[in-house]
Design a binder for this molecule. Structure first.
Ligand code: BDR
Ligand code: CA
Length: 316
């Protein structure tokens, strides 16, 4: 199986992505690292612990960064994911699991050093933990098999921002961290809004997941009601985007994606804060060439998700 560290801010679509990983026999999760984003760090860590128990994960949950590298304010998008970031479904106040004593950035460094060339990092929240790992241990960049990032938007097919006209939420939350992650000499695959806005789980798909996905299918339905209502109010009439599961698919079934390769730059301040763009001629010299997804076979991706979830029917 592929060794994976999942860096996440759960979050409804994060939870759906973690469920997919948990139902993937070809994945060995080495750790779940938490970061602020869809909720405060306390909220996302509590949610990760809850999900780890629900999904019977055998890895630790590692608390990460509570704020961006510049220490700036954190604004959880309660209108998107709910006040508890899992659709305001009541959760036990005290998770059955305890978090690991190893911090997220230390977990990343230790795993990459322990298994050189074997560990894939799947990052679906703000990139603060990854940047902290690089700052503490620059050698780890050369040790990663791959880094898959859900974040950014490059304007392909007209897709630009979702929190501002220019910026996607994960990059906007910590543009300095994103810039450092894209500038490091590890192979990054970027799964931005250009592809995630092509993948919509519609009402019929979600009802089928609820009916045939066992207890987990019903749980994913319950936590996604607020998220679906938000999409309904913002231009997706029937269903929602599954940003973070699209990044899981990039890791597990890369052939579903069409890509281009270029150095990637991040605007760190001003009106375009959080904007990602491909380096133009003469720009980005010395920065590594990264892989940017621009096409996706959405039907095949949705089928992939569905088959993996149904294979586990009756398990929970
Ligand atoms: C990203 O931001 C969060 O709301 C989602 O979980 C996803 O990772 C989409 O912009
Ligand atoms: Ca996320």
């Amino acid at each position: 199986p592929m060794k994976v560290i999942f860096d996440t801010d759960p979050g409804v679509d994060d939870a759906m992505a973690l469920a997919l990983l948990a139902r993937s026999a070809d994945v060995e999760l080495l750790g779940v690292c938490t970061v602020f984003g869809n909720g405060t760090l306390d909220t996302t860590t509590r949610n990760a612990l809850y999900l780890a128990e629900l999904l019977s994960l055998r890895c630790g949950v590692h608390r990460g960064a509570a704020a961006p590298l510049d220490g700036g304010p954190v604004h959880p998008p309660v209108e998107v994911h709910g006040r508890n970031a899992l659709g305001d479904v009541p959760l036990p106040p005290h998770p059955a699991r305890a978090e690991s004593g190893i911090a997220a950035s230390d977990c990343l460094v230790q795993a990459l050093r322990r298994h050189p060339g074997e560990v894939s990092v799947l990052a679906v929240g703000p990139l603060t933990n990854l940047a902290l790992a690089l700052r503490a241990a620059p050698d780890v960049a050369a040790l990663a098999r791959e880094v898959v990032v859900m974040g950014g938007a490059f304007g392909h097919h007209g897709h630009t921002g979702n929190v501002t006209p220019h910026a996607e939420a994960n990059i906007y939350a910590d543009p300095q961290a994103a810039d450092e992650v894209f500038a490091a000499a590890w192979p990054v695959s970027i799964v931005g809004l250009d592809v995630t806005h092509q993948v919509v789980m519609d009402g019929a798909y979600l009802r089928a997941l609820r009916e045939h996905g066992g207890g987990l299918g019903r749980f994913l339905w319950d936590i996604s009601r607020v998220y679906q209502a938000f999409h309904h109010d913002t231009g997706v009439p029937d269903g929602f985007y599954v940003h973070d599961s699209t990044a899981v698919a990039r890791l597990l079934v890369p052939g579903l994606f069409g890509t281009l390769r270029a150095p990637v730059l991040v605007d760190r301040e001003g009106a375009t804060r959080g904007r990602t763009r491909l380096a133009g001629p003469g720009e980005g010299t010395g920065r590594p060439v990264q892989t940017v997804c621009r096409e996706v076979d959405a039907a095949a991706l949705l089928d992939f998700y569905n088959r993996r979830m149904r294979a586990g029917e009756g398990e929970s």
